[in-house]
Design a binder for this molecule. Structure first.
Ligand code: COA
Ligand code: AMP
Length: 631
């Protein structure tokens, strides 16, 4: 069957389509209903079914003869420690014991557990252990500051937290434990216990009565078995940037998630059980959840946990070394990583040192793939390079060239066509479907397929308001773009205040909240400006209160520090400028889009509703002072 036929069937007979896919999963009890549409706009998949995610991704493979196959390879060039190889049997042992440790600390089905860890195997083991006993994990990316972690503690109300003594970054060792302690101090919700993995680089100080060392937590525990869970029970909460500083807790269920990920491995990624699949991301992001941990393991693949950077650990050849050494067949990373490699090794000389003959396909996602980067990768790797598009909310690809179904011609600048299950539409503001080439809001007709968010954690209303109310009957992605006459979709920009920095999704609204809190700032705006390496970088505009005596430079450096402290280094917020006033519409809306066009050197139309056009030359001058637009 070709793409057109599979896609057509996924929409015309969705229940039969997904019921068939669900046969690939082990169920303790089959579902009563494939799609429960009794309470729109809330849709649930496989209601009545009972399943366990950990059983499907670990134990089942051991029982079916994969026990001696490698499940996980931990390669850590940033620390220089030896590579660790963990078979499925060993993984089962470790996960069952750590699940026992969680139970011994009082964690039960439905309790939340926050995991704040660097890229070490224990992070994946902790996730799987939660899944095993029905605890709901929420992994928080290590690059977030205590304040962001505190917001997530406040919302998820974890019974227990799991962390490590440190992470290792190119800038040096980052002690995580003080950040964890600070976050717990700030939060009004206090976890009862913290399990801390001590790493050799830094020894964390433990708080008596609350903190337990990872190894100590395992002493004398009874390994815990997998428990049957409702298909619709939550597996995890993953917080992602919204338009304000308050992150959204995306919920993932157990049943639909397993079915969708398993299906995607065959049909989108064209990878077979037993092969080595590597996603170079972080477990703190959705790519890490789906394609480092759950999907490769549910498919019986070997996955790689990489603690390092595409360049500098030790050089721009590290990806090729890993692909060659561990026999990676299919690889997934963000375009920004390739831009970094291309910058350091433009002729790909380092690639030539390695045997990549078994390497078959490269997938890129997380941000727009610029044609230059794709062409560079194609030219040097001589394998298909597939741009695909998705979000934290969907958990798996919405647009892709589904390589396991049909390798369709690549059109540069487009992540190809809608993935089966996603009834993708481009709509105008009146919710009317637009024709080929017409730019509009990228939306998906409800119901979303299995694996996508059923709601936001404890926030059904916010789920509806954020995604479903503007275009009734549709899920709003928050991206704008168009579809061509052959149904290839072009994703052009966000329609909200979210920017994408090195594949990391960040809220400019959140940064503005931090800047506004500075005592000398009367008003501010943060925009995303184009950056050759990271895709976008944040840039702040500050209007100071009258009578401020401090120098502008001092205030700029203070706000830069504030964003680092409150959001985290990952925001890469390093530039801001003081202006007399901000351009606004007559109704007082700041014209961030116009400012971004000026910074990027793009043509823009003078907004008809602008209050005072004379402000724009002032903004142009301030931006020129920071080197924008680049020559
Ligand atoms: N823990 C603590 N700090 C972290 C961190 C973590 N897990 N991850 C990043 N940081 C810090 C970095 O140390 C850096 O701090 P600095 O300002 O003190 O130098 C800051 O956050 C920004 O980090 P990063 O985005 O990694 O930028 P970089 O300039 O160090 O490296 C790239 C640039 C392109 C090499 C890097 O961004 C990269 O590897 N991108 C790939 C992204 C990716 O895989 N995204 C996944 C989405 S699919
Ligand atoms: P995240 O939820 O962090 O995965 O970020 C999702 C957002 O990243 C999307 O809404 C897009 O704005 C952007 N994005 C992800 N993949 C692509 C892609 N292939 N092309 C263009 N934008 C992308």
């Amino acid at each position: 069957m070709g793409y057109a036929e599979v896609y057509g069937r996924s929409l015309s007979d969705a229940e039969a389509f997904w019921a068939e896919a669900a046969e690939e999963i082990h169920w303790y009890k089959k579902w009563d209903k494939v799609l429960d549409d009794s309470n729109p706009p809330f849709y649930r998949w496989f209601t009545g079914g009972e399943v366990n995610t950990c059983y499907n991704v670990v134990d089942r493979h051991v029982e079916e003869g994969r026990g001696d196959q490698l499940a996980l390879i931990y390669d850590t060039p940033i620390t220089g420690a030896p590579t660790q190889k963990i078979t499925y049997s060993e993984l089962q042992h470790k996960v069952a014991h750590f699940a026992g440790a969680l139970k011994a600390q009082g964690v039960e089905k439905g309790d939340r557990v926050i995991i704040y860890m660097p890229m070490v195997p224990e992070a994946a083991i902790a996730m799987l252990a939660c899944a095993r006993i029905g605890a709901v994990h929420s992994v928080v990316f290590g690059g977030f500051a205590p304040n962001e972690l505190a917001t997530r503690i406040e919302d998820a109300k974890p019974k227990l937290m799991i962390s490590a003594s440190c992470g290792v970054e190119p800038s040096g060792v980052i002690a995580y434990k003080p950040l964890l302690d600070q976050a717990i101090d700030i939060s009004s919700v206090k976890p009862e216990k913290c399990i801390i993995m001590q790493r050799s680089q830094v020894e964390a100080e433990l708080i008596e009565g609350r903190d337990i060392e990872w190894s100590e937590s395992l002493e004398g525990v009874t390994p815990a078995d997998c428990v049957p869970l409702a298909a619709t029970d939550p597996l995890y909460i993953l917080y992602t940037s919204g338009t304000t500083g308050e992150p959204k807790g995306v919920v993932r269920d157990n049943g639909g998630h397993l079915v969708a990920l398993k299906w995607s491995m065959n049909n989108v990624y064209d990878v077979s059980p037993g092969e080595v699949f590597w996603a170079a991301s972080d477990v703190g992001w959705v790519v890490g959840h789906s394609y480092i941990v759950y999907a490769p393991l549910v498919h019986g693949c070997t996955t790689i946990l990489f603690e390092g950077k595409p360049v500098g650990t030790p050089d721009a050849g590290v990806f090729w070394r890993i692909i060659s050494e561990h026999g990676v067949e299919v690889f997934f990373t963000a375009p920004t990583a390739f831009r970094a490699i291309k910058r350091d090794d433009p002729d790909a000389d380092l690639m030539k040192k390695y045997d990549l003959s078994h390497f078959r396909i490269l997938f890129l996602a997380g941000e727009r793939s610029d044609p230059d980067t794709i062409q560079w990768a194609e030219e040097h790797l001589k394998v298909p390079v597939i741009d695909h598009y998705w979000q934290t909310e969907t958990g798996w690809p919405m647009l892709a060239n589904p390589m396991g179904i049909e390798n369709m011609p690549v059109k540069y600048g487009s992540p190809s066509k809608p993935v089966p299950g996603f009834d993708f539409k481009v709509l105008d503001s009146e919710c009317r479907e637009l024709g080929a080439g017409e730019m509009g809001a990228l939306c998906v007709k409800l119901p979303l397929p299995p694996g996508c968010l059923p709601t936001l954690w404890n926030a059904d209303d916010r789920y509806v308001d954020s995604y479903l109310s503007e275009y009734p009957g549709f899920y709003k992605t928050g991206d704008a773009g168009y579809m061509d006459e052959e149904d290839y979709v072009y994703v052009m920009s966000r329609t909200d205040d979210i920017i994408n920095v090195a594949g990391h999704r960040l809220s400019t609204g959140g940064m503005e909240e931090v800047l506004s809190a500075h005592p000398d700032v009367a008003e501010c705006a943060v925009i995303g400006v184009k950056d050759q390496l990271k895709g976008q970088l944040p840039l702040g505009f500050l209007v100071l209160k009258a009578g401020v005596e401090k120098g502008n430079e001092e205030i700029v450096s203070e706000v830069v520090q504030l964003v680092r402290q409150q959001i985290g280094a990952v925001a890469s917020f390093r530039q801001a400028t003081v202006v007399k006033r901000l351009p606004k519409t007559r109704s007082g809306k700041i014209l961030r889009g116009t400012m971004a066009c000026i910074a990027d050197g793009e043509e823009y139309r003078m907004p008809a509703t602008i209050d005072d056009p004379a402000i724009l030359p002032e903004i142009t001058e301030a931006l020129a002072g920071l080197g924008y637009p680049p020559a």
